[in-house]
Design a protein around this ligand. Structure first.
Ligand SMILES: [Zn+2]
Length: 72
């Protein structure tokens, strides 16, 4: 439905300005949730629908959705 596209212009660490980022995308409650970590300084942050959110918000989202593990 929504194509995941990499956008290098957005891919810089707010802490160290490195472009060496690792992003994991997932869908929770129909929202696009992304976990990004910096390869260089190990900063971590979450985005929901493109907006930065706190880890506690993420936990709330996941708890509401119910933890469903789909086996790979
Ligand atoms: Zn960094």
């Amino acid at each position: 439905m929504v194509a995941k596209s990499k956008r290098p212009s957005e891919g810089s660490c707010p802490v160290c300005r490195s472009g060496e980022l690792i992003t994991i995308s997932m869908s929770v409650n129909g929202s696009d949730l992304r976990f990004t970590t910096c390869h260089m300084c190990e900063a971590k942050w979450w985005l929901r629908e493109g907006e930065e959110i706190s880890l506690s918000s993420v936990i709330g989202e996941v708890a509401q959705a119910g933890v469903k593990r789909s086996s790979s």
